[in-house]
Design a protein around this ligand. Structure first.
Ligand code: PLP
Length: 430
């Protein structure tokens, strides 16, 4: 029986009369894949339920944060208790230090950190700090990497932008964008050339150590170490944007997996356990350039919000206490899902390139190896759109763009692998 979306359709019509495109974040619209976005009524564990009562296996986990599954009881309890003590104080409280200690325990490179309310703010602030600390203007980023939607970072910025076919964004003065050098990922020669072209003018390199925002793209062997060396040699800071990879690829993120020590790290998503939260941090001498100690201004009315701290603490405490089973379980389930669908595609004669690190993976509808944004863009997005639609009909909600990563949770297990593979089998024969 096909799904009915009667209630969702009604809510969508109302939303479109109030919110541009009916959404508060463009990637939630189904423009890239076609079809109608269901409105979510609730979620628990690995599943979402829409307002018409349809159930979906959730393959995007709120775009990363829900690593322990939806409505994880200790997080729900911690948020409830914190809300009873007031949602916000606008003054210091113990929760900030409690979460900061847990973060630092997992990420020793973060000698000092500051909380924000989003990953966007974390990246924007880290770049400002790098410019303030070095006294330099230029920033190196990579095509397909997304570091939030601040003006300087919205240049060749991956999925949301790529999906809409906008090169960057209207409303950003050339004078702002001209100081952002967007280079191909996995190409150290391009970075060396940038340092040669702008000697002593590049403040920082900011990079997603594993790209998630153009679909999953892995760094080639030696690439991240190469970036580390080039930054050090040229007096620039290395910022690892671990908003997606932090606490997901391992407890210590990509920097632990690849053995890289950045000057600054940015975080978001998992750190807030589903509440709005980000953080940036790193070398103490750099971080102490921030106001009130130093000349770089950065602030936030709701930064370090008690509810966000409580949800983050509950999440990180569980990850730390159960790290062995959490990460081995995620690895096992992800491998079964990513490889299982890849072999079903192969049997059906459909060309797919699968990229995966831990519980982040993408099925690119291309026969080419994917190593940067250009090769990712060879994907047949229409074929992905049909696949997405068939999976939705079969009760599996994939991220609604070819250029996004799948994110699974500890609530995904053998039953969810079976459900996914059966849905994909049907999708590939249809
Ligand atoms: C999601 C994301 C951001 C932006 O975080 P928001 O909380 O959406 O502002 C920045 N960098 C990366 C790598 C991300 O995945």
């Amino acid at each position: 029986m096909p799904r009915t979306l009667i209630q969702s359709r009604k809510l969508q019509l109302r939303a479109e009369s109030l919110l541009p495109g009916g959404v508060d974040s463009p990637v939630r619209a189904f423009r890239a894949v076609g079809g109608e976005p269901p409105f979510v009524a609730r979620a628990e564990g690995a599943y979402l339920w829409d307002v018409d009562g349809n159930r979906y296996l959730d393959m995007f986990g709120s775009w990363g944060p829900m690593i322990l599954g939806h409505a994880f009881p200790p997080a729900v309890e911690a948020i409830r208790a914190a809300a009873g003590r007031s949602a916000s104080f606008g003054a210091s409280h113990a929760g900030e230090g409690d979460l900061a200690e847990l973060v630092k325990q997992c990420f020793p490179s973060m000698e000092r950190l500051r909380f924000t309310s989003s990953g966007t703010e974390a990246c924007m602030s880290a770049v400002r700090l790098a410019r303030g600390f070095t006294g330099r203007k230029f920033v190196v980023k990579f095509e397909g990497c997304y570091h939030g939607h601040s003006d300087a970072m919205l240049v060749k910025a991956g999925s949301g932008v790529a999906t809409l076919g906008i090169p960057g964004s209207a409303g950003i003065p050339e004078e702002t964008a001209m100081h952002t050098l967007a280079l191909p990922f996995n190409d150290l020669g391009a970075v060396q050339a940038a340092f040669d072209a702008y000697p002593e003018q590049i403040a920082c390199i900011i990079v997603e150590p594993v790209v998630g925002n153009a679909g999953t793209i892995l760094p080639e062997t030696g690439y991240l170490h190469g970036l580390r060396q080039l930054a050090t040699k040229n007096g620039a800071l290395l910022i690892l944007d671990e908003v997606m990879t932090g606490f997901r690829l391992s407890l210590g993120g990509a920097q632990q997996v690849f053995g890289i020590k950045p000057d600054l790290t940015t975080m978001g998503k998992i750190i807030g356990g589903g509440l709005p939260c980000g953080a940036f941090g790193g070398r103490a001498d750099v971080m102490e350039f921030l106001a009130p100690l130093g000349p770089v201004y950065q602030a936030g009315t709701l930064s370090g919000n008690p509810l966000a701290m409580a949800a983050g603490i509950a999440t990180l405490e569980h990850l730390i206490a159960h790290q062995g089973e959490v990460y081995s379980g995620l690895e096992r389930t992800s491998a079964a899902m990513a490889d299982g669908v890849a072999s079903l595609a192969q049997e059906a004669g459909i060309a797919i390139t699968t990229t995966r690190v831990g519980s982040m993976f993408t099925w690119f509808f291309t026969d080419q190896p994917v190593k940067d944004f250009t090769t990712a863009a060879t994907s047949d997005t229409a074929a992905f759109g049909r696949f997405h639609h068939a999976m939705m009909e079969a009760g599996v909600w994939l991220p609604p763009s070819q250029f996004e990563a799948m994110f699974i949770s500890t609530a995904h297990g053998a039953a969810e692998v079976a459900l996914l593979l059966e849905a994909a089998r049907q999708a590939f024969v249809a």
